[in-house]
Design a protein around this ligand. Sequence first.
Ligand SMILES: O=C(O)CCC(=O)C(=O)O
Ligand SMILES: [Fe+2]
Length: 369
Amino acid sequence: MVVAKAGEVQSELKYDRVSEIKAFDETKAGVKGLVDARISEVPRIFHVPPDTLGETNVPIATQFHIPVIDLQGVKDDPGTRKEIVKEVLNASNEWGFFQIINHGIPVSILEEMKVRARMFFEQDDELKKQYYTRDNTKKVVYNTNFDLLTSPAANWRDSVYCNMAPDPPKPEELPEPFRDMMVEYTDRMMNLGHLLFELISEALGLSPDHLLKIDCAKGLGQLCHYYPACPQPELTMGASKHADSSFLTVLLQDHIGGLQVLHENQWIDVPPVPGALVVNIGDLLQLISNDRLISVEHRVLANSVGPRVSVASFFVTYFLSDSTSYGPIKELLLEDNPPKYRETTVIEYMTHFHNRGLAGKSALLHFRI
Ligand SMILES: O=C(O)CCC(=O)C(=O)O
Ligand SMILES: [Fe+2]
């Protein structure tokens, strides 16, 4: 009797994870496919492993709020700009995250982008499957969990990635549901990105075009996420704890919530603010700023009321073979502030980040001197 029970526990622990992952991947229908099939229990491949429960149990603090910065007047009034630059510096240095309002992208465009992103995931499965791939050199990559094959637990989300700059796909290569919108949104995001990199350059005491001149805004990847409603949200995550590999990320989230930022070892909610965009410093900006700006870990809780939709705009050239080296900016270094990181290329950084997946310590540590 006792032996049989032990055997059962053993098989529960040692289930054939690899086969289950492979079978799930082969459906090409993602997490949405499971929800469409009306599963009532979250499959084991999605269960957060007990050894990371400590991380899940970090307290959730409500006394902190990530800064909201109003960009009204940033282009017209030097005094206002100076104040905004100060706020950007404080937020990027202490939080690594802030929200922006009056950023110049009309609310109607933000709303339409979310609707169109959702339409991609909710279109006919057969049409969607043609984009399913794990080949990151493709211009359009739809899949579930970019690190599905290596992560300790799969996340309750599907994603579609479009590499929009510097070398965009032809419009007809973009999925029909968001084809026109993705082009328009990318244009708008490029303009906003230029402004943000100017403000961050100024915040660092550099000339306004410094970060643009070293091509921080050269690459733009648009990543649309779909977090279906989950029948047992306490067992899994929408997105595991991670920091972004980009220079900068601008995130459009819907009204559902669930994004949390790790601040002073506590999880802080990033509440949806109508019309706002969330900005966060990525690893590469932390590296070139020699830790003046911080790339902070964040996660997304699974939800029971979704789908939740978000669109993350990553300023980074991803897997483009570009040999430009990035290290701590010379102007920021002093005798008592020597470089903390070795030089690297974006492709070397991205490859390291992708091979690690979303779990574990910051990918930056690998480049630390
Ligand atoms: O969906 C979200 O709110 C966050 C997405 C995210 O963190 C990412 O794409 O890196
Ligand atoms: Fe992220």
